[in-house]
Write a protein that binds this ligand. Structure first.
Ligand code: ADP
Ligand code: MG
Length: 747
């Protein structure tokens, strides 16, 4: 029997439910079986708002009509307040100790509240009794578990009658938690799961004391006791990490079996190059360059990830590697995630290669460098450029795409920098020797693979670079296909950034200090969480400063003597580039921006960064932002403005003061908040929850457990080395080919 027939046999979903299933990407019974509860609780009755009685412990659903933090009735402590409504009425929920919980939902969302109903006299003329929920649990109905709440909810059991655990599933329109509970129970007791084939070898189940597939499914969906649920969750976490490891390691194995350009790099090539840099390489940079050049000489293609904190000098390493490749008569493709960065790197390459002391100053011929983005193509040098010491003259020139592609294809332009435009089919190289991907977390695995396969018979070497320090367990998993090089040393003389957490009452003093820095000729960034002024009806968003209005306010009221620029993602590319240029050239003293400046922008004269609404950003992102001012030998300052009194938020922000480097911060972040926060591309507040790093919530939990990750990795490696083609493991082979870790297989 095929799984799809099984879905039909077990229940007939109505059209709305079919739509909801599609939305969740669930086509088979297997998909449904792998839809795990995010926590377990005692059964509490669901009620309509109208039905609520004082003293009830109940679950209600409703649309959020108000959400925010205000001052409590009598005492002046912050109080969270949310009002929801359903078809029968409205009810208010209040939080006295965890006011921030009210910010977990936004107006217009559907929320699930669970808690105790109390009543008090209203303040109105009629002094009617008003019912409200006090300190309830709150979840947006399409979201997952909230932090601070454990997997097992033990309190508030109704009369102690139920002693088994009710699974709670993340809900979506038309499919409630109890719908999943009910149907999964039916499927599990129907016997179909006995026909499931366990993808994990029995040997491993025994070795790590994990339950078999059928048992684990029963235990995770309707556990009789906590330990069963935990054992099942451990098993599925292991399964997920194990299969990711297998697929990454297999990808690496396949890639490295291909032919690649093998060449020796003379010491002279590198020393000629580094001698002319305006600084001395750090020993971490030198080591990285040595590793890379020995990869070039090893026969197989390099697949290396260069991980280094912002400002650790990854560009110099990339340029040195490029010099070696160009010297060997091959070409380099350099991909950056944004136009601003592509342009900046284009200029860096020109600088590094063609400065008065650059490698070609003696060789006579200039190394040509091309730039390709969606907006246009450029080439260095231009006809009117008179050499590196010329003071006037435009260095590069705008050329047609066709012309650029022709020159790249015949090898005349050995270095091509670009955005995604580099991946398009029409871009052909003559002998592509090296692909460099900057800020590689911004690109998917597929995009990486596409660029790396540009050259058919011989694959290029691949150098990925990232400034996002992630915990080792996560790196071992998601980057399992790459060799790791760490740039764990900052250029000499860099002073640690002084980071200050500033509450509203400290604002003026902070501005005074920023003024002093500006008067010394330094520059400052001001980062705001939003572009526009929020809709005034949305209480939740009210306090976040917007870049547009902050630019006006700072210019007119706070720093009238200075020039305040503005850049955000809704600007036209030309305006964006102009604003960036003004700041880079020093014409603007302050740049107000949204987090678009997050990645890679290099303005060494900027020594101050102010982050408004700092609690709204993830730690990793804050660290990236702070890195913008970690570029010179001047003392740099980071001001984290925050308006929450939340203990958790403050604790999180304090980690930025205590962590010595990005790697330490990443580990702290993982411990404090869960790995989700580490994902720099997660946009908070968007309705659908994206899978982070390609892992499920369960997988993300597993990342906290180094032993498990290492066990999964060891087993995956051993399995592949004993059976590289997976001939003796047809099911695993099949599963990897399916590219879906949760695919089920039936007898
Ligand atoms: P990132 O690793 O964030 O990409 P960059 O390559 O942009 O860092 O380098 C940051 C700054 O540090 C640049 O201005 C660069 O010129 C400078 N730099 C790089 N390496 C060194 C070094 N060894 N000594 C001094 N300054 C350096
Ligand atoms: Mg960089």
């Amino acid at each position: 029997m095929s799984p799809d027939d099984l879905i039909a046999k077990h229940f007939q979903p109505n059209p709305l439910q079919v739509k909801a299933l599609e939305r969740l990407n669930m086509a088979t019974l297997g998909d449904l079986l792998y839809y795990f509860p995010f926590r377990y609780g005692d059964q509490v009755e669901e009620k309509l708002i109208e039905e609520l009685q004082t003293g009830d412990e109940a679950v209600v659903y409703g649309k959020v009509v108000k959400a925010g933090v205000s001052k409590a009735w009598k005492k002046k402590i912050p109080m969270g307040e949310v009002v929801i409504e359903d078809a029968t009425g409205r009810i208010k929920a209040v939080w006295f100790h965890q006011a921030y919980l009210a910010k977990k939902v936004a107006v217009g969302q559907i929320a699930r509240l669970q808690g105790k109903v109390l009543a008090r006299r209203g303040g109105g003329a009629e002094r009617k009794k008003e019912r409200y929920l006090v300190n309830p649990e709150i979840e947006s109905a399409n979201g997952g578990a909230l932090d601070g709440q454990s997997l097992f909810q033990k309190d508030g059991g109704v009369g102690g009658a139920s002693n088994f655990l009710i699974p709670v599933y993340s809900e979506t329109r038309s499919l409630s938690s109890s719908w999943f509970h009910h149907h999964l129970k039916k499927i599990l007791s129907g016997g179909a799961i006995d026909k499931l084939v366990d993808p994990i070898p029995t040997k491993l189940l025994k070795k790590y004391n994990l339950p078999g597939l059928a048992t684990a499914l029963v235990w995770i969906h309707s556990p009789k006791k906590e330990s069963d649920a935990l054992a099942a969750r451990k098993r599925f976490a292991f399964q997920e990490i194990f299969f990711i490891q297998l697929s990454r390691l297999q990808a690496k194995q396949t890639y490295q079996q291909q032919a690649s350009h093998k060449f020796k790099t003379s010491k002279k090539t590198i020393s000629d190059f580094t001698k002319r840099l305006p600084f001395k390489l750090t020993s971490a940079q030198s080591k990285a360059i040595t590793q890379i050049t020995s990869d070039f000489d090893s026969g197989g293609p390099m697949t290396r990830l260069l991980e280094g904190d912002v400002g650790s000098g990854k560009t110099a390493v990339a340029v040195a590697a490029s010099a070696a490749v160009v010297q060997a008569g091959l070409e380099v493709a350099y991909m950056a995630p944004t136009e601003i960065l592509a342009k900046q790197h284009f200029e860096s390459f020109i600088d590094y290669f063609n400065s008065p002391t650059g490698p070609d100053a003696t060789a006579g011929a200039n190394t040509q460098v091309g730039l390709i983005t969606g907006k246009g193509c450029y080439k260095f040098p231009s006809k009117i450029w008179h050499g590196p010491d010329a003071t006037a003259g435009v260095r590069y020139t705008n050329i047609s795409r066709a012309q650029l592609l022709k020159w790249v294809a015949n090898g005349e332009i050995p270095i091509l920098v670009g955005t995604h435009a580099l991946i398009t089919k029409t871009v052909k190289f003559k002998k592509l020797g090296l692909v460099i991907i900057d800020e590689q977390h911004r690109f998917g695995v597929m995009q990486r693979a596409k660029l790396a396969r540009k050259n058919e018979e011989t694959v290029p070497h691949l150098l990925s670079m990232t400034a996002t320090p992630i915990p080792r367990t996560l790196a071992l998993t998601v980057y399992g296909d790459l060799d790791l090089t760490l740039l764990d040393e900052m250029p000499a003389g860099r002073k640690a950034i002084i980071t200050k957490i500033i509450r509203e009452d400290g604002r003026e003093i902070a501005y005074k200090h920023i003024q002093q820095e500006l008067e010394k000729g330094r520059q400052a960034y001001v980062i705001c969480p939003r572009i526009d002024e929020p809709d005034p009806t949305k209480a939740l968003a009210l306090r976040a400063k917007s870049a547009k209005s902050e630019q006006v306010r700072l210019q007119e009221k706070i720093f009238p003597k200075f020039d305040v620029g503005l850049v955000h993602s809704k600007l036209k590319p030309a305006d964006k580039a102009a604003a960036m240029e003004e700041f880079t050239e020093g014409d603007a003293d302050i740049l107000v921006a949204t987090s678009v400046v997050e990645v890679g922008v290099n303005v060494p004269n900027a020594t101050v960064i102010v982050i408004e609404g700092a609690e709204r950003f993830g730690l990793a992102q804050l660290h990236q932002l702070r890195g913008r001012v970690w570029r010179s030998n001047h003392q740099a300052y980071c001001y984290l403005f925050t308006d929450t009194g939340g203990k958790k938020s403050l604790e999180r922000l304090k980690a930025l003061q205590t962590a010595k480097n990005g790697f330490e911060l990443a580990e702290l972040d993982l411990a404090l908040r869960g790995a989700g926060e580490l994902n720099p591309s997660t946009s908070s507040g968007s309705g659908r929850k994206a899978r982070q790093w390609g892992l499920s919530d369960l997988g993300m939990e597993a990342i906290k457990n180094i032993k498990m990750v290492e066990a999964a990795r060891t087993e995956a490696r051993e399995l592949l080395s004993a059976d590289p083609e997976l001939k003796r493991h047809p099911l695993i082979h099949q599963k990897l080919a399916d590219q879906k870790t949760n695919e089920t297989h039936w007898e």
